[in-house]
Design a binder for this molecule. Structure first.
Ligand SMILES: Nc1ncnc2c1ncn2[C@@H]1O[C@H](COP(=O)(O)OP(=O)(O)OP(=O)(O)O)[C@@H](O)[C@H]1O
Length: 276
């Protein structure tokens, strides 16, 4: 394991942060009805995975294996048909039919920060207002928006509208919105795959800076083995239908990491090989 920790500042006896489970999927099953054939597709069957406190787990795998579904299950956007999902020891969802919304909970689940492939900003609000809205809707002080935008290098663009920003700046704003709420869990769904290579590289470095400043717990879905090796503490390779963990890699490198570090490259090569 690396030398980073969860950022917990309490003087409690040294805890092993990456050994405490945070997100636990236990025997999860998930089926969909295929829009094309009308048949049931079992994406997950008896699937288990644990993400530990302070750990960033990257999920890679061929298209259609269920990476985004996995993220949606953890976000509470999809409900498992069977099994159980717990976040920080609280049940997020179990396989029983329950109320919709926050996946069968009373809606007071843990605070999530989510970054999607597209920034999903509200075009009629300034960047600052977009971030403020995330803060107020989670009961936080909107004044935190300025710092969150400064943290991603957007201080001087705070009062502009998303439409006048570049794609990279918009995605920076989306990252600011996700991190502004001080999330317990960060969910990243191919966050940089819509950007050109240079911009994606800069955003990865930014994400690493944010993570190094304050390590968090996270799940990153990506098609990019370099991104997985560079950012994650652990990489899982999903394969098959129903999906199973075909391979798993611990990325035991200290942060900050350099994308061109040969050790990152070695892990990238291993992941690529596992992807076949
Ligand atoms: N809401 C839905 N309704 C019906 N089928 C769905 C739904 N969501 C996902 N699926 C199906 O579940 C399977 C897994 O989809 P998912 O998007 O999780 O895969 P993925 O690994 O993220 O793929 P990609 O890398 O292409 O984004 C696919 O066959 C998809 O069509």
């Amino acid at each position: 394991m690396t030398g980073t920790d969860t950022g917990t500042t309490s003087g409690a006896p040294a805890e092993r942060p990456r050994q405490r489970p945070y997100a636990v999927l236990d025997g999860v099953g998930k089926e969909f009805t295929s829009a094309r054939t009308g048949e049931r597709e079992t994406v997950f069957d008896d699937f288990s995975l644990t993400v530990h406190h302070g750990e960033l787990v990257a999920v890679v795998g061929a298209s259609g294996t269920g990476k985004t579904t996995l993220l949606h299950l953890v976000a509470g956007l999809e409900h498992p048909d069977s099994g159980r999902i717990t976040l920080n020891d609280g049940t997020l969802a179990d396989g029983s039919p329950g109320p919709t919304g926050a996946n069968g909970t009373d809606g007071a689940g843990p605070r999530l920060g989510v970054v999607f492939q597209q920034p999903r900003l509200l075009d009629w609000l300034s960047v600052r207002r977009n971030v403020e809205l995330a803060l107020t809707s989670t009961g936080l002080d909107p004044a935190g928006a300025s710092q969150a935008l400064a943290d991603v290098g957007l201080a001087q663009y705070a009062d502009r509208y998303p439409s006048v920003l570049s794609g990279g700046q918009r995605q920076r704003a989306a990252v600011a919105r996700a991190f502004a709420v001080q999330p317990e869990l960060v969910l990243l769904d191919e966050p940089f795959s819509a950007l050109d290579q240079l911009t994606a590289r800069r955003l990865r470095l930014l994400l690493q800076d944010l993570w190094t400043a304050r390590p968090r717990t996270g799940l990153l879905v990506t098609h990019n083995p370099l991104e997985a090796a560079f950012l994650a503490d652990r990489v899982i390779v999903l394969e098959g239908r129903p999906a199973r963990v075909h391979a798993e890699f611990a990325i035991d490198l200290p942060r900050p990491r350099a994308p061109e570090d040969p050790r990152v490259f070695t892990h990238q090569t291993e992941i690529l090989a596992a992807l076949g």
